[in-house]
Ligand binder design. Structure first.
Ligand code: MLT
Length: 205
């Protein structure tokens, strides 16, 4: 067995019929960060939580950027495939149930990139504070894949207009997108957790 390509945590959960949660942290976070959030969103689900492989001044991220909101697109593409391959290995190793991504900020942006390039590895996605991950795409038809985007109207880092364009791009390629706008800024709030919980309960049925 080769070493997994991401430092990560896996918590088995209590209900293997539910989709695992794939937790994707923001810049400067790690694999521990979103676990309390995941446990609030779906306490019975397994959790897979990788740490981003890129370091920006010592802060983990999922891909390189040239400046705030200016992404290194070749790196986005390479890192997205690396993450998708890791998810596939982990899915096969753990009950073969595709995860639902729950990403925050940089984690939401790599989750959006997965939807653009490798949507087959996910059962759905909740993107908390996301923007367009790539200039063109998605590359595939998304076949009704359920996606929730939660934006903060006062978010100075991820502008609402950009998130609206992401929602439109995903819809145009066949995703079922529920875009919510909270009267808040960049940080995760209780309302984000409540929206994600309801959305994911709907996917699990
Ligand atoms: C990104 O780089 O993905 C976004 O600007 C959000 C962040 O600051 O991480």
């Amino acid at each position: 067995m080769t070493e997994p390509s991401f430092i990560h945590r896996f918590l088995p959960g209590t209900d293997t019929l539910r989709h695992p949660l794939l937790l994707l942290h923001g810049t400067g976070g790690n694999e521990d960060d979103l676990i309390p959030v995941g446990e609030m969103i779906d306490p019975a689900a397994a959790i897979l939580s990788p740490r981003g492989n890129v370091l920006e001044h010592g802060m983990p991220r999922f891909f390189r950027r040239l400046a705030e909101g200016v992404f290194d697109y070749p790196d986005v593409i390479a890192r997205t495939h690396e993450l998708a391959d890791f998810i596939t290995e982990q899915t096969i190793a753990h009950a073969n149930k595709k995860p639902i991504a729950v990403g925050f900020s940089n984690g939401a942006n790599i989750a959006a990139a997965l939807l653009y390039l490798r949507p087959e590895v996910l059962a759905g996605a909740v993107l908390i504070r996301a923007m367009l991950p790539l200039p063109t795409g998605p590359e595939h038809t998304l076949g009704g894949l359920p996606v929730m985007i939660v934006s903060g109207r006062m978010d100075p880092i991820l502008p609402l207009d950009n998130a609206k364009r992401l929602a439109e791009a995903l819809r145009a390629h066949g995703a079922t997108v529920d875009h919510r706008v909270l009267e808040t800024g960049h940080g995760i709030t209780r309302n984000d957790v409540d929206l994600a919980r309801g959305f994911i309960a709907g996917i699990n049925g």
